[in-house]
Each structure stands twice: as C-alpha cells, then as structure tokens.
Design a protein around this ligand. Structure first.
Ligand SMILES: [Zn+2]
Length: 229
C-alpha cells in the first residue's frame, strides 16, 4: 500500500520522508546511509531536508536519509556485529539477522510504491579507475545494460559543474547480485542508480556533490524540476 505524505518509519529509528506534489508525476526514492561510514549522502539529504530542497514539483518523493542508523552511529560499513546491509537483499522477514529483516521491509516499501527511480547514495575510498576493480569514487553505478540514459545525462551535468580533473564523474556498469539497487531493479523494473563520491575530498565537498547528483536526478526524472537556466 502506498504511503501518504508525512514522516513514516521503516523501523522505530529509520525515518521515511514522503512528499506528494500537487502535480501528477512519477515516484522517486532516494536512500542514504546503508553503509554507516559513507556519510556524504546522509548529510546531503539532511541539509536538503532542512532547506526544503526535496519538496517535489511533480509526483512523489520518498527519502530515507539513514537506512542503517546503528552503522552510521559507529561510522562503520555495517553495524557492530552486524551484516553488510547492502548484501542482504531481498531479505527475509523471518531471518534471525536484523539486516535481512530490514532488507525485506525495504523491499515491501518499494513493491508498494513502485518508484520509477531508486537512487542509493554511497561513498568510496578509491577514485574510479577502470584498471582497478573495485573502485567507485565519482561514479554513477548501474547494474542493468544498456545504461539508463539518465545516467549519461547526469554524469554530463556533474562534469559541467565539477570541472577539476580529480572531480571527474563517470558511469560505471557494476552489478552486485544482493545489493539493494540490483534486487529492486529486478523486482520492479525501475531505474536503479548507486551514487558514489570519492572520500579523498573533504566532507563538505562530498556533500555538495551528493546534493548536486540528487538535484540532477530528480530534475531529470521530473519529480523536482529545477528552474530553467
Ligand atoms: Zn556503500
């Protein structure tokens, strides 16, 4: 069942901000903090929520700013003693491990909402280099060929805004079978994008870039149109 506007909770400490625009349009879902040491996207969404920068112009926007709060508090990839949540999809409501149960709750959410776009915000210790696998810094990762056109357009807009060579963004085809992105794309046929900033930059710059990615994706999919420039 689709959620109405307001703040809902996947678990007691996992908020879902649901916005409905006055104009019809698609649904987009943005999630961060599935890995607790990758704070750029978490803080980007927090700042955007504070600035009312996620209020959609069309359709519906669902934001999960901190998907794994225990991992985020510990600033670790996984919660202490826990599993890598992004390797637990599609999850299992009856599993003994918290992460598998949580993954299943998130799957129930996406199956109820059927977003057109699902983006998950990550960070990487390594700058992307096609010769070095894995390396993700400054990529939009997708797991289904052909590359969704929104990926190419968004990478081009990012490279126009962030023009220094070390800031360069690239598309990167890298499917991960049990990740939230791939499993959700398989389940509902949406566009799934994993956003990766490079942790070699200071946090404020990573936050700035994460915010730009979210703005460009939401503008492109038509949920939050930017003023024409
Ligand atoms: Zn990650």
């Amino acid at each position: 069942m689709p959620l109405g506007a307001g703040i809902h909770h996947l678990e007691a400490n996992i908020a879902l901000h649901v916005f409905e625009a006055p104009e019809p349009g698609p649904t987009a879902l943005i999630q961060a903090g599935i890995h607790g040491d990758e704070v750029g996207g978490v803080h980007a969404l927090a700042e955007m929520l504070e600035a009312e920068g996620l209020v959609p112009t069309h359709g519906k926007l669902i934001v999960c700013p901190v998907m794994n709060p225990a991992a985020y508090r510990a600033r670790q990839r996984a919660a202490p003693g826990g599993l890598d949540l992004n390797r637990c999809f599609p999850g299992d409501a009856e599993a003994p491990e918290r992460e598998r149960r949580l993954a299943r709750k998130f799957m129930d959410l996406v199956e109820g909402e059927r977003p057109a776009l699902m983006a998950t915000l990550h960070e990487s210790h390594k700058r992307y280099d096609p010769e070095v696998q894995p390396s993700f810094g400054q990529t939009l990762v997708y797991g289904v060929e052909p590359m969704p056109e929104i990926v190419g357009r968004t990478v081009a807009r990012l490279n126009a805004r962030f023009a220094k060579p070390e800031e360069h963004w690239a598309p990167h085809y890298f499917p991960v079978a049990t990740s939230s992105t791939e499993v959700i794309v398989d389940a509902i046929g949406c566009i799934g994008i994993c956003v990766e900033t490079w942790m070699g930059f200071e946090e404020p710059h990573r936050v700035e870039m994460q915010k730009a990615v979210v703005e460009f994706l939401l503008d492109d999919i038509g949920v939050r149109r930017l003023p024409a420039s």
